[in-house]
Design a protein around this ligand. Structure first.
Ligand SMILES: NC(=O)c1ccc[n+]([C@@H]2O[C@H](COP(=O)([O-])OP(=O)(O)OC[C@H]3O[C@@H](n4cnc5c(N)ncnc54)[C@H](OP(=O)(O)O)[C@@H]3O)[C@@H](O)[C@H]2O)c1
Length: 251
């Protein structure tokens, strides 16, 4: 859920109001309640934190999955932002978005990458436009912290195979899917087990007198990969990422 902070919320009104602000539905109701509540309390910061992740090559995922990911990871953050914009402008507040270094490249989770890349562009537009109102917009770009949160449990090759359409099953084989699942699980298992520095970045974005536009909270090798992907021609990015391609032969 998005995290809401009000300076004067001594009676935990926010908590009472929001056990879980569903960001895909019910936002209109929440907007009405929250505007009423926070107009008197004051409103300082909104952290758009909600997100979901999955694994799968582009053609393996259904259109429903693409719609769901767009709904939660992208439109969810936009919905909450638009709902709180009047208050954020009024109180010269802060907006924080959770992106990812995966906004720059993809390793078997293009569906997640695309939503993070899109939210980055939404933030870039918003940050510039909000300057004149004194509203500061920051993006957090964590590296791999999969072991410190619930976002990406290990994936099961069998489940992935069972969910493939008949057309995809005719092209891929179980060995390929198993190898891809193993590869993805090995990345997940390398994730940092401690996400404190991500929370520190979030806090800095909310309370620092001079918050950064972007906080990249990642290991050196992750930052190096981002640099390659962002600065060099696409062919160089593809060369570096090709180490991650499967060696399993397809028909
Ligand atoms: N962990 C990482 O390695 C990593 C790296 C880069 C970026 N991030 C980003 O960090 C953010 C937080 O993720 P996390 O790693 O802390 O994962 P997490 O433990 O799974 O937390 C995800 C949060 O999103 C909420 N959420 C999911 N669907 C929702 C919906 N439809 N409506 C409202 N809330 C919803 C969940 O609420 P419930 O608990 O109520 O389900 C949960 O609070 C995400 O945006 C993620 O993309 C994570």
């Amino acid at each position: 859920m998005p995290v809401l902070i009000s300076r004067k919320d001594k009676n935990n009104a926010t908590e009472k109001l929001l056990s879980r602000l569903q960001i895909t539905h019910g936002c209109v109701f929440c907007k009405r309640c929250l505007l009423r509540c926070f107009s008197s309390l004051g409103f300082w910061g909104l952290v758009n934190n909600a997100g979901i992740s999955t694994f799968g090559e582009t053609g393996w995922l259904s259109m429903e999955k693409y719609e769901k990911f767009t709904d939660v990871n992208l439109l969810g953050s936009i919905r909450t932002t638009l709902a709180f914009l009047p208050l954020l402008r009024k109180y010269k507040g802060r907006i924080v978005f959770m992106s990812s270094i995966i906004a720059y490249f993809s390793l078997g989770n293009g569906i997640y990458s695309m939503t993070k890349a899109a939210i980055e562009k939404f933030c870039d537009a918003l940050r510039l436009e909000m300057k004149k109102f004194g509203v500061q917009v920051s993006i957090i770009q964590p590296g791999n912290y999969a072991r410190s949160t619930k976002i990406q449990p290990p994936v099961s090759a069998e489940e992935i195979w069972n969910e493939l359409s008949e057309e995809e099953k005719a092209v891929y084989n179980k060995e390929y899917v198993q190898e891809r699942a193993n590869f993805f699980n090995s990345i997940v298992s390398e994730g940092s087990p401690n996400g404190n520095e991500v929370v520190d970045a979030m806090v800095d974005a909310l309370v620092s007198p001079a918050p950064k536009a972007r906080y990249m909270v990642a290991r050196l090798k992750e930052k190096a990969l981002v640099l390659v992907c962002a600065l060099f021609p696409t062919a160089v990015m593809d060369f570096f990422l090709s180490y991650a391609l499967s060696k399993v032969k397809l028909k």
